[in-house]
Write a protein that binds this ligand. Structure first.
Ligand code: ATP
Length: 615
């Protein structure tokens, strides 16, 4: 993903970002946007007329003996009603727009979530991904409201300024100098302030991400036990305090500069130009040279102050537009990101049965890593074969299976399925041939059934139930399922349901393995990354038997550290430092008397010793 950490954006890019988000919002709810625009622009023009023409006419009526009291009263009533109607229309539109804006931003969030599923796994290894996503997601609602409301207000401001400028030019054009000069100073100083605030915000967010991680660890249940039983809170608290200290110094650093620019802005724009210069000039024109009347003084003073307010508001919006434009950059990068792997299109008909998976001289290096995690791996896995991958921690087994499922692309060599390089397939179609349980599988806060079906239900409830039942029987969860109050409709975890159940590590693993058996008829290759690590020996034995004998025609590739489970595999591959150092059946490897045999004997001795102790 594109790295934008310290990049400065040009005004053009900011505007283009803004247009991007506006277009995006327009696509979701065009009516809402047109509605807001129309009402706010009409209201700006209305206010401009009221602020000047009405005041001028009112004073002129009062000082004109030919105008009756009734005429003056009608003017006051009509103007007051006009203002009241405009203000309520504006209020109503804003209130009516709120729920629609919420719905619109909700849709945007949905599209962002959808986008996350299109991100290549490699993005998750980069902190830029988190910076872009976290900032874009956390600011989305604010940005969308900014874009719509501010642009409408800007339209209203511009319309009002045009009307007011026409009136000022008509009465006395010199007055136009004051708000214009004020506007220029305002734009410049506010731009500086906004830029500093943005930089400060980005720096703060980046630092606070670390603090937020530490905070999250403290309140999430999966960390609770370890936190209570260890002192992991010490480095985490240290990290939290460090982040806080860094945030404080960032805020201090920017705070001084922001205050200075705010002072310059206030002095020049408000105090000097508007509060003193304009009244002095108007007083001089009316009283000393007698070129304008009292009605003109009031109208001009109102008009210039109105123009200043409108320009101020315009400026405020421009400033927010710039801010939104910068945040929008992240949203845009995120939404425009095209997953190279996830979006890959190609052959959609993935061969199914009797297909060989061939790994040809594959090497893989993680982005940013100094060395290859996998080196020159060669393998040929026949359809229906049961393959075990063994080896020490960090040898590269999990990385290897991720390559098989095309979660990452190989750095060198190729993986072929049915004679095609897997990069030739549409990724989503290719992945359908797999069923998998990862080492770090997750259970979700929904029912047991949903945790097994994983959103792949076809709507036929009885058939689905049967499938889940069968799958959980084979994964060894059946007895526990029978004890659950609502069977497979029991919610897992108590996060959202009082009657939810918390499962033990082994039970949870059995539910996760159930996913594989539920998909049995639709998958061609089952991948299990340490499927039995949390199971007791009996459950492990049963799982093993089910996996090898009841997984149907499927090819099974499983990673295990317990060599007792790998014994029955057709072929065992021993990984070391990213290479395959031995391969063959259990018997062949034992005869070779190499690393595998040594590891196996070591584990067997351990089991025997344990048995003796138990006896
Ligand atoms: P274990 O038996 O402990 O599960 P493994 O054989 O499955 O280990 P892998 O998880 O494939 O090993 O890891 C192999 C090496 O790749 C390790 O040194 C690990 O630190 C590194 N590695 C794994 N994931 C990443 C990643 N996302 N980015 C960089 N390096 C990684």
């Amino acid at each position: 993903m594109h790295n934008d950490k310290d990049e400065k954006l040009s005004i053009r890019r900011i505007l283009s970002n803004y247009a991007y988000l506006l277009k995006y919002s327009f696509r979701i709810d065009a009516v809402l946007i047109i509605q807001i625009f129309t009402v706010l622009v009409a209201s700006g023009v209305g206010h401009a007329f009221m602020d000047t023409i009405f005041i001028r006419a009112f004073i002129n009526y009062l000082s004109d003996s030919n105008v009756s009291f009734q005429q003056t009263a009608v003017l006051v009533v009509v103007s007051t009603l006009g203002i009241a109607v405009l203000m309520s229309l504006e209020r109503c539109t804003e209130s009516l727009a709120r729920p629609r804006i919420i719905r619109m931003t909700g849709r945007m969030q949905e599209e962002m979530i959808q986008k996350v599923s299109e991100m290549d796994l490699i993005c998750y290894d980069s902190d830029t991904y988190y910076d872009n996503f976290v900032i874009a997601a956390s600011q989305l609602e604010e940005i969308a409201v900014m874009v719509i409301m501010d642009l409408a207000r800007m339209g209203s401001n511009v319309a009002a300024v045009l009307v007011l400028s026409g009136l000022i030019t008509f009465i006395n054009p010199v007055i136009a100098i004051f708000p214009t000069l004020g506007f220029i100073i305002n734009v410049y100083t506010k731009f500086r302030i906004m830029k500093l605030e943005y930089d400060c915000d980005v720096e703060k967010k980046r630092i606070m991400r670390r603090a937020n991680y530490s905070k999250r660890v403290f309140y999430q249940p999966e960390y609770a036990k370890e936190i209570k039983l260890s002192h992991i809170e010490v480095p985490l608290e240290r990290q939290f305090h460090q982040s806080l200290d860094e945030t404080v110094s960032v805020v201090k650093k920017y705070g001084m500069q922001i205050s200075l620019w705010a002072f310059i802005n206030y002095i020049s724009v408000y105090t000097l130009l508007s509060a003193y210069c304009v009244p002095l000039y108007l007083g001089y024109m009316a009283l000393v040279v007698c070129r304008i009347g009292l009605g003109d003084v009031a109208a001009l003073n109102n008009a210039q102050s109105s123009v200043r307010n409108q320009l101020d508001s315009l400026n405020y919006c421009v400033e927010r537009v710039q801010k939104a434009g910068m945040f929008c950059e992240r949203f845009r990068r995120f939404m425009d990101y095209e997953g190279k792997i996830e979006n890959a299109a190609g052959i959609t008909q993935v061969p199914w049965e009797h297909t060989v998976l061939e790994i040809k001289d594959v090497s893989y290096r993680y982005a940013g890593s100094q060395r290859d995690t996998l080196r020159h791996i060669n393998m040929k896995i026949k359809s229906g074969e049961k393959v075990a991958l063994v080896g020490e921690n960090g040898a590269g087994k999990s990385t290897f299976v991720k390559l098989l499922m095309r979660l990452y692309d190989v750095t060198e060599g190729s993986i072929c399925y049915g004679g095609h390089d897997i990069r030739e397939f549409t990724t989503k179609e290719y992945r359908k041939i797999f069923g998998s349980v990862f080492q770090d599988y997750q259970l979700y806060a929904t029912t047991v059934k949903e945790n097994v079906i994983m959103g792949e239900g076809k709507g036929d409830v009885p058939e689905e139930k049967k499938r889940v039942e069968e799958a959980l029987r084979q994964s060894g969860f059946w007895e526990r399922l029978e004890s659950l109050p609502e069977g497979m409709d029991t919610p897992l975890t108590r996060e959202f349901a009082e009657n939810g159940v918390s499962l033990s590590g082994g039970e949870a693993q059995k539910v996760a393995i159930g996913r594989l058996f539920a998909k049995k008829d639709e998958m061609h290759i089952a991948i299990l990354d340490e499927p039995s690590s949390a199971l007791d020996p009996r459950a492990e034995y049963e799982l093993n038997q089910n996996m090898l004998h009841k997984a149907g025609e499927a090819t099974v590739i499983f990673i295990s550290h317990r060599l007792s489970t790998t014994k029955d595999a057709d072929c065992i591959y021993m990984f070391e430092n990213g290479e395959i150092i031995e391969q063959g059946s259990h018997r062949e490897l034992m005869e070779q008397n190499g690393q595998y045999a040594e590891m196996f004997r070591c584990q067997a001795k351990y089991y025997q010793q344990n048995q003796e102790i138990t006896v």
